[in-house]
Design a protein around this ligand. Structure first.
Ligand code: SF4
Ligand code: SF4
Length: 583
C-alpha cells in the first residue's frame, strides 16, 4: 500500500495504483476518457492532467504510478487550464449533435463539457465530416459514427485485450484519424457489444438499443443473466413495464465489466408474451382451451392430482410411504432456488409425489472473462442447475434411470405412463418444441404447464398457467462457481399473470402447507436450515449475494483495490472548480 495526498486529503491505495486511481480513492474527480479499470493504460486522451509535487510538468495522472508520500494537486490553475484546453480541442472537432445522439445522458464528453467546458466556441470553422464512416454497421450489433470519435482507443484495446480478436484499428492520420475494422472485416466476436459499452461517446452504439429510449428515462434493476450457468451480473433497464436493454453490472468475481452478446440481447425476449390468463381445456376433450381465473385453474390442478393419487392408492406404487408415482413433476433450472425449494417441499410434504426432476440443455458454450480468473466458460443453457439440486430437485441425465432421464435417452417406451404430468417450465429444454418429445410427455392423461410463450408443449397442454419473465421474479441463482447471486424484481408482470413462486405458494396453500403472503426473502430464510450453501447467508449482505444492494458499483471497485464509483455504469460528473469562463 502507498500513502498519497490528493488536494490535501491523505489516502492509502494499493502500491500498483496510479495517480488517477488515487484521486478517485480520495473522492477527487478527475475527468478522463481513455482510462478504463479493466484495460491497459495508454495516456491517450490527455484529459486527466494533474500536478505532482516535485515533477515540473503537469502529468496525465493515469500514467503516473503512485509512490509512498506522493502529493498530487488535481485542481490547480495549471491542471485545470490543461484539462480545459483538451476539452476545447476535442470539441472543435466534435459534432454538435447531442440532441440526436443516442449516447446523450451517458456521454462522458457531454458530462465533462457541461461541468467544465467553455460557454462559447472560439472557432467557427466547419466541423469535420467522415462521409462513408457514419451511421455504418461495422458488425452484427455495433454501429459506428466516426464524426463523434475522440480517439481514446478504448474500443481498440477492448478488442485486443479482452475479446482477443483485434478487429479494430486506427486508420488515416492526424485530424482525419478514425477507428475502423481491419480491411473492412466486421466487428464480430462474442462480446462485440462491449466495444459500444466502453466507448465514452456516441461513436459506437448498439443497433438493438439505438434510438429506442433516452437513457435518463430508464430505471435500472439488478439481475443475473439467465443465458447460461456463468450467471453474469447485469442491470435490467426498463420503463413503464417494458424492458429496453441489459447493461453489465460490475462484478469482479464473475463478469467484471462485460456481457456476451448472446446474453445481452436476450433482454428483448423479456417483453414477449403469449399467455396472459390461465387456460384450461374445455370439458369433453375438445381441442380448444378456454381462458379462466386462477381459482378455477388451481382447483383443477389439485383435483387432477388428487384423482391420480386416488387411482394409484390401492396399487403398489408409492412403496408404502404414501408416495404416488402416478403424478410426475418436472422442474427447471430456470427456476430460482426459492421457487425450486417451494416446488420440492410441495411435492414431498403436500402432494406426496416423487421429488421433481429437471434437465438442462448443454451448449453452445458461452464465455466471459474477469481479471482474476481469465475466461469462464458456461455450457449449460440455464442459470440455476446448482441451486435446483441444492433445493431438492434431482437432475435427469441421458443414461439415467429416472423417468425424465429415460425420455432424454430417447427410451420413450420406458417413460412411465402417469395420470398427471406437471411441467413447471414449458421452456425447460429446446426439446419442448420437438413434436416427438412432446408426444411422449402428452401420454399423461392431464398435462399441466407453466408458460409465458407458446411452443409445442403448451399447444399440447390441458392447463396452462401464465408466468412472469425473469424481469418479474425475485430470488437467488447459484452459478457455476457456486456463487449465490440475487435477482431483483424489475417490473410487475401483467395483472393476471403470476410468478412460479406465487403459483407454488397458492397451490401449497390449498394443502394448508404455506402462507400465500410469503416473500422470496421469507423462503430464503426458511431454506437456510436445509439447503446446502445457504446456511448463514444474509439476503441483504453484499458478500453473500455477490451483488451490492444498490446499483452503485463502489463495492466492486473496492474488490479491485480501488475505492470509488465505477465509471462504466455511472458516469459521475467531475467536480472540478468552475473554470475561468472568459472566452
Ligand atoms: S470509437 Fe469510441 S471507444 Fe473507440 S476510439 Fe473512438 S471514442 Fe474511443
Ligand atoms: S456468458 Fe452466460 S451468463 Fe454471461 S452474459 Fe453470456 S449467456 Fe449470460
Amino acid at each position: 500500500m502507498a500513502k498519497v495526498t490528493v488536494d490535501g486529503r491523505e489516502v492509502e491505495v494499493p502500491a500498483n495504483a496510479n495517480a488517477l486511481e488515487a484521486c478517485r480513492a480520495a473522492g477527487v474527480d478527475v475527468p478522463h476518457f481513455c482510462y478504463h479499470p479493466a484495460l491497459s493504460i495508454v495516456g491517450q486522451c490527455r484529459m486527466c492532467m494533474v500536478e505532482v509535487e516535485g515533477v515540473p510538468k503537469i502529468q496525465a495522472s493515469c500514467t503516473v504510478p503512485v509512490r509512498d508520500g506522493m502529493v498530487i494537486k488535481a485542481n490547480t490553475e495549471k491542471a485545470l487550464a490543461a484539462r480545459n484546453a483538451t476539452m476545447e480541442f476535442l470539441l472543435i472537432n466534435h459534432p454538435l449533435d447531442c440532441p440526436i445522439c443516442d449516447q446523450a445522458g451517458e456521454c462522458k464528453l457531454q458530462d465533462n463539457a457541461v461541468a467544465g467546458g467553455l460557454p462559447v466556441s472560439r472557432t467557427s470553422e466547419p466541423r469535420r465530416q467522415f462521409p462513408g464512416y457514419d451511421r455504418t454497421e461495422i458488425g452484427p450489433h455495433v454501429i459506428a459514427d466516426m464524426t463523434r470519435c475522440i480517439q481514446c482507443t478504448r474500443c481498440i484495446r477492448f478488442c485486443e485485450e479482452i475479446a482477443e480478436t483485434s478487429e479494430l484499428t486506427f486508420i488515416e492520420r492526424g485530424g482525419h484519424t478514425i477507428v475502423w475494422t481491419h480491411e473492412g472485416k466486421p466487428l464480430d466476436n462474442d462480446l462485440s457489444a462491449c466495444a459500444a459499452d466502453v466507448c465514452p461517446v456516441g461513436a459506437l452504439t448498439t443497433k438493438e438499443f439505438r434510438f429506442r429510449k433516452r437513457v435518463w428515462w430508464l430505471d435500472k434493476t439488478r439481475s443475473i443473466c439467465d443465458g447460461c450457468e456463468i450467471g453474469c451480473s447485469l442491470s435490467i433497464e426498463h420503463r413503464d413495464g417494458v424492458v429496453y436493454r441489459y447493461t453489465p453490472r460490475v462484478q469482479p468475481a464473475v463478469n467484471d465489466y462485460w456481457l456476451c452478446d448472446y446474453g445481452r440481447f436476450r433482454a428483448e425476449d423479456l417483453n414477449a408474451r403469449d399467455f396472459t390468463r390461465p387456460e384450461i381445456r374445455v370439458a369433453g376433450g375438445a381441442a380448444q382451451r378456454r381462458q379462466t381465473n386462477w381459482g378455477e385453474a388451481l382447483d383443477a390442478v389439485k383435483v387432477a392430482i388428487e384423482k391420480a393419487k386416488e387411482a394409484s392408492a390401492a396399487g403398489a406404487s408409492g412403496a408404502g410411504r404414501g408416495i404416488s408415482s402416478n403424478v410426475l413433476v418436472i422442474g427447471s433450472a430456470n427456476l430460482t432456488t426459492e421457487e425450486a425449494w417451494l416446488l420440492a417441499t410441495l411435492c414431498k410434504d403436500s402432494l406426496k409425489v416423487n421429488a421433481p426432476e429437471f434437465a438442462v440443455d448443454e451448449g453452445p458454450r458461452r464465455r466471459i472473462r474477469n481479471k482474476k480468473d481469465g475466461w469462464l466458460y458456461g455450457t449449460e443453457a440455464a442459470p440455476n442447475s446448482r441451486g435446483c439440486e441444492a433445493a431438492g430437485l434431482s437432475r435427469a441425465k441421458e443414461g439415467g434411470a429416472s423417468p425424465l432421464s429415460l425420455l432424454l435417452s430417447k427410451k420413450s417406451s420406458s417413460f412411465p405412463s402417469v395420470s398427471v404430468l406437471y411441467v413447471a417450465d414449458a421452456h425447460f429444454s429446446e426439446k419442448c418444441d420437438d413434436p416427438a418429445f412432446v408426444a411422449d410427455l402428452r401420454k399423461a392423461s392431464v398435462l399441466i404447464v407453466h408458460a409465458r410463450k407458446r411452443n409445442a408443449l403448451t399447444d399440447a397442454a390441458d392447463i396452462v398457467l401464465p408466468v412472469a419473465s425473469l424481469a418479474g421474479v425475485e430470488g437467488t441463482f447459484v452459478n457455476a462457481k457456486g456463487r449465490v447471486q440475487r435477482v431483483d424484481l424489475a417490473i410487475l408482470a401483467p395483472p393476471i399473470v403470476r410468478t412460479n413462486f406465487e403459483i407454488f405458494l397458492h397451490l401449497g396453500a390449498r394443502y394448508g402447507a404455506c402462507d400465500t403472503q410469503w416473500t422470496a426473502r421469507d423462503v430464503f430464510d426458511r431454506m437456510k436450515a436445509s439447503v446446502p450453501g445457504y446456511a448463514g447467508l444474509d439476503w441483504d449482505a453484499d458478500a453473500v449475494v455477490g451483488n451490492p444492494p444498490s446499483i452503485s458499483p463502489a463495492a466492486a471497485y473496492d474488490a479491485l483495490g480501488l475505492n470509488k464509483d465505477a465509471d462504466v455504469e455511472v458516469f459521475t460528473r467531475p467536480s472540478v472548480a468552475a473554470p475561468d469562463r472568459k472566452p
